[in-house]
Ligand binder design. Structure first.
Ligand SMILES: C[C@H](O)[C@H](O)[C@H]1CNC2=NC(N)=NC(=O)C2=N1
Length: 97
């Protein structure tokens, strides 16, 4: 059963992501980060690797790519907010970048 992160979980699970450049989205329970790569192929290659994990975990990013920049927003639509799945995918994205 997936649930929104509790206040306590936010303090522990979200803190490292916020320290790594993720930011809270204003007016929405979601996190966002802009990834910049050396070129389009690196950006799209990263998106492809992330996509495989997203599909495996059935948790999909909202993202917007222009050339070598990818702006990502993560939120769990089924709980209308942040869940452990967003933390997991954000951590994987950082690791693959
Ligand atoms: C039907 C399917 O399981 C759902 O739509 C999944 C797919 N990917 C998803 N991705 C995200 N980010 N949030 C969800 O709630 C979600 N739900």
């Amino acid at each position: 059963m997936n649930e929104k992160l509790t206040e306590q979980e936010r303090a522990t699970a979200l803190a490292p992501l916020l320290a790594a450049g993720w930011q809270m989205v204003e007016g929405r329970d979601a996190i966002t980060k802009t990834f910049t790569f050396p070129n389009f192929i690196d950006a799209f290659g990263w998106m492809t690797r992330v996509a495989i994990w997203a599909e495996k975990w059935n948790h999909h990013p909202e993202w917007f790519n222009v050339y070598k920049t990818v702006n990502v927003t993560l939120s769990s639509h089924d709980v209308d907010g942040l869940s452990e799945r967003d933390v997991k995918l954000a951590t994987k994205m950082d690791k693959l970048a």
